[in-house]
Design a protein around this ligand. Sequence first.
Ligand SMILES: CC(C)(COP(=O)(O)OP(=O)(O)OC[C@H]1O[C@@H](n2cnc3c(N)ncnc32)[C@H](O)[C@@H]1OP(=O)(O)O)[C@@H](O)C(=O)NCCC(=O)NCCS
Length: 160
Amino acid sequence: MLTRLAMESDYPPVGAFHARCSPESLHSRYLSGRRDIRLPEWRRLIDPAAGWTWVSAPEQDPGRVVAVSHVLRVGPGDSATGELGILVEDDWQGQRLGSQLTRAVLSHSLAHGLNNVVIVTNGTNVRMVRIGRALGAVVPRVFSPVIEMTLTSPDRRDGA
Ligand SMILES: CC(C)(COP(=O)(O)OP(=O)(O)OC[C@H]1O[C@@H](n2cnc3c(N)ncnc32)[C@H](O)[C@@H]1OP(=O)(O)O)[C@@H](O)C(=O)NCCC(=O)NCCS
């Protein structure tokens, strides 16, 4: 799998990727009925001031985007926290791509000035909850429809 920072020219394959994703996956990603990303929004997502957006494609088919991941800064009041967004195409789910990408983007974010990356997801999203837990997030004991998990560096988790 090849994963690299996204560019504006990735917009057409990212649009095709969204069209191939199931409504269930899109709902899990966006927590709404959204089905696609519009060009102005894509431009905002790839703006370095917003954070980082990556596209992933199989080595044998580099033009076919099969996952998009982001860490976006939460806002001007909190420059140390980013929010994860990740969407893996249905046919590629359950093959550890989401785990690998989350680990990689967390590592990148911590190395580039963030202290925390939050995951906002549905409490019933078993895969995402397992990924958060594997990376040290405290998973809420009471699952509301939407939960927040915070990823941070092992040093910080140990209280160092
Ligand atoms: C959530 C998502 C990113 C996970 O990525 P993935 O590549 O499918 O998941 P992985 O293969 O890395 O598996 C993650 C965990 O779920 C487990 N898992 C995988 N398939 C599973 C299944 N069908 N049932 C239960 N657990 C499953 C894995 O064993 C792993 O747990 P472990 O590390 O404890 O063994 C991906 O499924 C996705 O894009 N879903 C739709 C969008 C979304 O939900 N985004 C997250 C909110 S931003």
